[in-house]
Design a protein around this ligand. Structure first.
Ligand code: SF4
Length: 64
């Protein structure tokens, strides 16, 4: 599983960081940044899916 963030869609709600703090952080403007490059570890994939579902801007893309 890989996660990407559409930076143009991200509005900095930080719902993703609440759902998956191991995967999502924030930049100086509060927009999401990825803390894990490459494959998401198996034990964090459920949190990644929750973050995707909770993003109000649909800015998180998961690919398997
Ligand atoms: S929840 Fe979505 S819009 Fe909000 S910071 Fe995370 S990726 Fe960006």
């Amino acid at each position: 599983m890989r996660v990407t963030i559409n930076e143009e869609s991200c509005h900095g709600h930080q719902m993703c960081a609440i759902a998956a703090p191991e995967i999502f952080g924030s930049d100086d403007l509060g927009n999401a940044v990825l803390l894990i490059e490459g494959d998401i570890p198996t034990d964090l994939q459920g949190k990644a899916r929750r973050a995707e579902a909770n993003c109000p801007e649909r800015a998180i893309l998961i690919t398997e």
